[in-house]
Structure formats: C-alpha cells, structure tokens
Write a protein that binds this ligand. Sequence first.
Ligand SMILES: [Zn+2]
Length: 270
Amino acid sequence: MFIPGHAPENEGQDKCYIPVSQGQVLCSDTEGWRPITSNIWRFANPQLDATTHYIGCYFEQDCYVVLLDELPDVHEHSWFNLYQLLGLLSEIDYEVAARAVQIVNWERDHQFCGRCGTPTQNHDKELAKRCEPCDMLFYPRLSPCVITVITRGEECLLAHNPAFPARFFSALAGFIEVGETIESALRREVAEEVGIKVGKLEYFGSQSWPFPGQLMIGFLAEYESGDIVVDGVEIEEADWFRFDELPMIPPPSSLAGKLIREFVKRNEGQ
Ligand SMILES: [Zn+2]
C-alpha cells in the first residue's frame, strides 16, 4: 500500500529509498521491484550526501526518492527507465516509481523562480517550491491529456502515428489546452486529427502517464458523422477496425490498451 505524502509523519520509523538518476530507477536483479532498504542503500551508495525528498508511506515505511547525477553500480541491482517498467510492476508500484521520477524532474526544473529568478525553497506543508519575493508556488507540472476510442457499432477507429512501430494502431490522444473542458478538447482533437465528429462521450478511466507528466483521461466516443481525413502530421493513417479483426494494439498496461479491450469486450458479449 502506498500513501502519497509531503512530509513524514512518524520520524524514526523505518525508511526506504528509490534512487533515481537520468530518468532511471534502481531495481533489484533478484527480487521483485520495491524501494530499497536503508541497509542496502548505506552499503552501496557512493553518494550519501545526495538530495532526498519524501514522497509518501510505502507499506508503513517512510519512502524517499534519492536524486543522483550518475548511475552508480549497485550489487545485484540494475537501472531501468519507466518505459521498461511499464507492465512489469504492479499498478501501485508503478505509481510509486513514476511519482519518484516526476518529483526528481520537478526538483531539477524548479530550482529558480520563473518570474524573478530567485532560488526557490521547498514549501513545508505542500509538494511545492516557493519564491519568497513573488509569493509564488511551483507545483510538479501535470499536463492533462484526453484519449479516446471512437466506436461505430462493431468497429472502432484506431490511428497510426509516425512515431509508432510499423502496423501499430492506437487510440487518439491530445493535450487539453487552457480554457478548454475535457469534452471540448476531445471533440477538437478528433476533428483535427481524423476529421470526424463524435456524439455521445462515455468516461472510462484515467491513468498517470509519466512521460514526462501527463494525466491521461480516457473516453469511449460514439461516431456521429464525417469521413476519415488524417492530418498527416500526428496521424499518418487511421481506419475502422472490427472488434475481432484488430491490428497490433497497445498492451493492457496502458489506458489506450484498456480502452480498446473494453470496446472488444462489449462487442464479444453481444
Ligand atoms: Zn520570484
């Protein structure tokens, strides 16, 4: 169990550590992933003076992320990035590892006030950095994104992005812009990327997507009108696929993968 937090509540309780460096997380070669114990860290760590940041309570241990500049060799441990860990860790452990990496990014990116350039200080109660002269707070940056699978009876619309491996199709996704609701962003993205108008939207679920700090908000969207016209930039190819004739799709560890499987499940049940 993991309870995110900003400051340890019981000083003196056992501690555990998640060393993070260059976007990578230290993982045991011999056991499943978990934050490493004080003993292992003390024994292995060449950078004991590294900055640490409390991130929450992991199975009744105070859990700290350790910010490192290099990737030190640690006996029977290896470094993995979050892409490599996706689908390998339980959802809770992935959330913890992703939180650790995102907090490190925030530490690095908000050392100075963006308005006046003064060095920032950690807020004592919140996960925020503060500029005293400006009285401004800087929180870890979270970028909301909407992701959707458009459905039309037994078919769904999936798209191929030039950055994907060949023949790999996924849901449509895009960032929500300032001033937009989630729903208006979804309708705009779909219209821009594939030229389709969607009708009824059904909220499905959300997922933290730490690449580098997205919150994915997933919907099933019913087709209303229009023919597919791809934008040629973000989307190279898009098509309707029957639920039992899908191309290569994302794994179930991603929200896109979950959305597509939900569409399939509903059609198989009929
Ligand atoms: Zn300032």
